[in-house]
Ligand binder design. Structure first.
Ligand SMILES: *[C@@H]1O[C@H](CO)[C@@H](O)[C@H](O)[C@H]1NC(C)=O
Length: 391
């Protein structure tokens, strides 16, 4: 979750971005969307769709109906890829064709669909709100699960008339696990594959994130009146500076956030930075920090009275992982060096599930490796579906 996004911070660090508030600008242009910028240039057909959520957000969903023209494969089942925090659908196409899951699945004949959550570069629209309004940013990952993921899956399910293979990374897995506790969502899913599965965050070991939690960075930003979280801004860069200043070794910022990545391509950082990090909401960060502090997998905590008003209880309701039905095949991959999806937390998730997911444990992997690792290692994960439910 915080992972891939933050590695970008590392990049922004010291680059002298010139906007004075949280409204950072993307380096590239918005023209043409993700398909035109990151997929079609590599020879793949790609079509832009717009999904309107029940609460009015306009989300971009990309469809790569089959692989390159030089590879003749019939249309396979629909697979929906859900990115993590501070990332967008571009994350699935960030490396070469042989190394990026979006391209790999297209080449294997899957009918590929790409999700982009509200607030990201590709999904910045709303039927009545503008990004400048506070209300536009009034959501956390539970809304991304309840609305964005559920509504995008429903869209793909209706378009293809078929159950959907769901793949998530990081925050995409929090969204998936929360959404899969809902019968109306899980009934549209054939199988779910979770990379760096997260539901509990109580054992997170990332020094950078723990320091931000200890410093109450979330409350500080709330008090300052922010609602958007955009690290492409002077403010974002300053926060990084202050977190690192003399208190922690930030010379390898990426590792201090995500854990030591075995297979990250440092030479490719400029390319990643064209798209990442994508904005998110401050409320989302607050929610994640609540989970880290309290060790719960529950809805947003509004405080005793706020909860009473919102939920009718003093405590926010927990998500019940045992509601994910046993019949749903689950596949999970997690890493020994992942400082965000800690093994203890993954084990807690496994304990609460009714089913026994197929597991792939990669000792040397950090959080980023699961989405951006290099070819030699990619085969470890993306090839592993041959023995898993994605077969
Ligand atoms: C790493 O990134 C550079 C720059 O994009 C690229 O030329 C190179 O092929 C990448 N290395 C691997 C092993 O993919």
């Amino acid at each position: 979750m915080l992972g891939a996004l933050l590695f970008i911070l590392l990049l922004l660090h010291g680059r002298g971005f010139c906007s004075s508030d949280w409204t950072g600008e993307f380096v590239g242009s918005y023209d043409g969307g993700l398909c035109a910028q990151a997929v079609r240039p590599f020879g793949y057909p790609c079509f832009e769709h717009t999904v309107e959520t029940k609460d009015g957000y306009l989300l971009a969903v990309q469809h790569i109906p089959n692989s390159r023209e030089d590879i003749q494969i019939g249309a396979g089942p629909p697979v929906f890829l859900q990115h993590g925090l501070f990332q967008g659908g571009d994350a699935w196409f960030a490396n070469s064709k042989e190394e990026s899951l979006g391209f790999i699945l297209a080449d294997k004949g899957f009918d590929v669909w790409i999700g982009n959550v509200r607030g990201t570069r590709w999904s910045h629209g709303h039927t009545s709100l503008s990004q400048r309004e506070k209300a536009f940013w009034d959501w956390s990952w539970e809304d991304l699960a309840q609305y964005d993921l559920a509504d995008m899956i429903y869209y793909v399910y209706s378009k293809t008339n078929s159950k959907v293979f769901l793949v998530g990374h990081s925050q995409g897995t929090i969204m998936a696990l929360a959404a899969l506790t809902q019968p109306e969502v899980v009934n549209m899913i054939e199988v779910a594959a979770l990379l760096c599965p997260i539901s509990y965050l109580g054992h997170i070991s990332s020094p950078f994130v723990l320091r931000a939690v200890t410093l109450h960075l979330d409350q500080m930003l709330l008090a300052m009146g922010f609602h958007q979280l955009n690290f492409r801004s002077n403010m974002g860069v300053q926060i990084l500076d202050s977190l690192c200043d003399g208190h922690m070794d930030c010379s390898d910022l990426l590792a201090s956030i995500t854990g030591k990545n075995c297979c990250f391509n440092n030479s490719r950082v400029d390319y990643y930075l064209q798209y990442e990090p994508h904005p998110s909401s401050l409320k989302n960060l607050v929610h994640l920090f609540q989970m880290i502090r309290k060790g719960t997998f529950a809805k947003y905590d509004y405080g005793l009275l706020g909860n009473l008003k919102q939920y009718g209880h003093f405590q926010p309701p927990a998500f019940d992982l045992s509601k994910i039905p046993k019949w749903l095949p689950l596949w999970m991959a997690y890493g020994g060096n992942d400082a965000l999806a800690d093994i203890t937390d993954v084990e807690q998730t496994l304990k609460e599930l009714q089913s026994e997911p197929q597991l792939l444990y990669l000792e040397e992997y950090g959080h980023i490796d699961f989405i951006l690792s290099l070819l030699c290692k990619v085969s470890n994960i993306y090839g592993a579906h041959k023995t898993g439910p994605l077969e």
